[in-house]
Design a protein around this ligand. Structure first.
Ligand SMILES: [Zn+2]
Ligand SMILES: [Zn+2]
Length: 270
């Protein structure tokens, strides 16, 4: 047995002992796991959680139905985005996955069960999608969607900031900027029922700190999940008013209307 074999065997043994003492289970299918490397999910659940792949709308990020015989992987605008001239204050939304399955559970664990380690596999999804679909040299600032300071203190971290840190090495010219701030706590978007409630909940909820400088800057706004777009709409409006020329949004997951808004989330604030 050479040195490498011995250390691999020792690692396996440590893992076995750890697992016997503190068994871990996949958070979706409850199968017993041998390692917690992938954020508490088995490879089957993690891999089968639906990703967003081409073709999707390059403006709102929504995936198109896979057309039989379409013969193209080129993106094209969806109906609403092609009929409206300037539909959103942000320039585009890019999401890595649907807000569904293991990825939806992972995002909830990250936020509501305070499991910051899950930011790593979720950040990996973001990184892969950004590498495929974005010009990573084209941004000056990476801006996490902020939490209200009281919420941030209680949670101990801002999940969007953890995700931003995971992907930062991809961006040669960009730095993380936290001068976009949440002025008051707002209800978690997925816990509000109507679009009107969601828009009203975040209206005026964001602002810029005194040292903010977004003049002529290209911004990539990072969020864990885009539910109705009300939050990113408000954030992008503030950033553009602050002088940003481009505001693109990169999110781990996108909720597709009618399929996955989760009413069990009612009442929480962030
Ligand atoms: Zn599983
Ligand atoms: Zn669209």
């Amino acid at each position: 047995m050479n040195k490498g074999d011995i250390s691999a065997a020792a690692r396996e043994w440590t893992l076995t002992v750890k697992n016997l003492t503190f068994p871990i289970f996949c958070q979706q299918c409850r199968i017993r796991l041998l390692t917690d490397d992938n954020g508490y999910f088995c490879p089957t659940c993690w891999e089968s959680s639906p990703r967003i792949e081409r073709p999707f709308c390059p403006i709102c990020g929504k995936p198109h139905r896979a057309g039989v015989g379409l013969g193209t992987r080129s993106n094209f605008r969806c109906g609403p985005c092609s009929t409206q001239k300037k539909p959103y204050p942000y320039d585009r939304v890019l999401a890595a996955a649907r807000y569904d399955g293991a990825i939806q559970l992972a995002i909830k664990r990250l936020k509501f069960n305070d499991k910051p380690r899950i930011a790593r596999p979720l950040g990996e999804l973001l990184r892969e999608q950004a590498e495929r679909e974005l010009d990573c040299d084209a941004y000056d600032y990476i801006v996490p969607v902020p939490l209200h300071r009281v919420r941030r203190r209680a949670r101990g971290f801002n999940q969007a900031e953890l995700l931003a840190r995971e992907i930062l090495p991809l961006f040669s010219d960009a730095v993380i900027d936290t001068s976009l701030v949440r002025l008051r706590p707002t209800h978690v978007q997925s816990r509000l029922h109507t679009d009107k409630q969601r828009k009203e909940s975040v209206r005026g909820a964001f602002g810029l700190s005194r040292d903010a400088n977004f003049d002529k800057k290209r911004v990539l706004l990072i969020d864990d999940v885009v539910t109705t777009g009300a939050t990113i709409h408000e954030c992008a409006t503030v950033l553009k008013k602050g002088g940003a020329t481009v505001v693109d949004v990169l999110a781990v997951a996108l909720a597709i209307p009618g399929s996955d808004a989760d009413s069990a989330d009612l009442g929480r604030k962030e």
